[in-house]
Design a protein around this ligand. Sequence first.
Ligand SMILES: Cc1ncc(COP(=O)(O)O)c(C=O)c1O
Length: 378
Amino acid sequence: MSFNFDERVERYHTDSEKWLKYRDQDIIPLWVADTDFRVAPSIQQALQARVAHGVFGYAHDQGALANVTADWVSKQYHWTIDPDWVVPLSGIKPFFSLLQQCLLSTEQRSICHTPIYPPFTQSAISSGREQRHIPYPIFDQTNLLHSPLPALSHQDRLFLLCNPHNPGGRSHRRQELEQLAAYATEYNLWVCSDETHADLLLEPGLSHTPFAALSTECEQRSITLLSAAKAFNLAGLGCAVAIIPNLELRTTLRQAIALRMPVPNCLGVTATLAAWREGADWLNAQRDYLRANRDHLAAHLTTLPALRLITPEAGFLAWMDVSALGKSDPHKWFEHHGLGFTDGAPYGDPQAMRFNFGCSRTLLDLALSRLTQAVNAA
Ligand SMILES: Cc1ncc(COP(=O)(O)O)c(C=O)c1O
């Protein structure tokens, strides 16, 4: 079956955060992390059948999500899990604050690399916990642990890992994860690994390794976060999972989640089940399309040496260093030239932009021609 990712799906008349931000301006929305692609037909059919039923009470999937998650991680990452380890979530972002409040006393800290997807750092602030930042060598991605990991104290208790990395798009190699595992053992850290972009690995020959899958010891100190939201474009449907092998930790977190987070959206559960049961062909086709978009973007940027691009190994987000343009507010400057990127400032680098290329090739080409005009006029 073939799928049409070239179709321009008009999104202004829906509630699209991405498109409505620039509704009355000639600015191409290339920011928040959803794609412009219509979902897989199997997902749309499952949702239509669920909507036709017409009753939308609290969802309890009776273990379906756990079983489907176990099948998915086994097929995709060769990781065998017990479905009992799976805890459904209504989203990943709110879980970060909850996790830090549950696992850390007010004197204890979490640790993460920066630049990073902002909720990693914002959640520490909102949960009233300290955080230690390790500079991530985003423009020298030969090794996650290229910059040495600092010595820690007994206050450092929780490592927040993003794999594949957002915004760098690197898929961390087994050897790097093994070094991180040794570090976690040395300092007895919990490791929360956000692997929500794992199904969008674009680089031929690479495969995703969940941190937890390294060893039983890693499983026992880990929380793995997954969802179909990025890979299947379901971000508005509120459904994700945490895989928590350690029974005591799982019991604590399950109770906190039940009290403090909404249950997953019933349509999100339906869509996630359809994605992980029947969406693999669509996902493969989408990966081919995104890989071609990524390569097209990277080839174009070789003509613009003022911009330094990281070609992502995974996902549909590309990180660009634009400091050579010498703009005090590059995000505004690009908007003025009709390009609505994600501002790098909340990620930890105000001279970087994040370019969402999860769009039709036609729109990408329009964005690239505006980019050339802007940079040449700088
Ligand atoms: C690494 C990462 N984690 C989590 C999320 C958000 O997840 P959710 O929509 O389930 O809160 C995103 C969204 O961009 C992301 O990039």
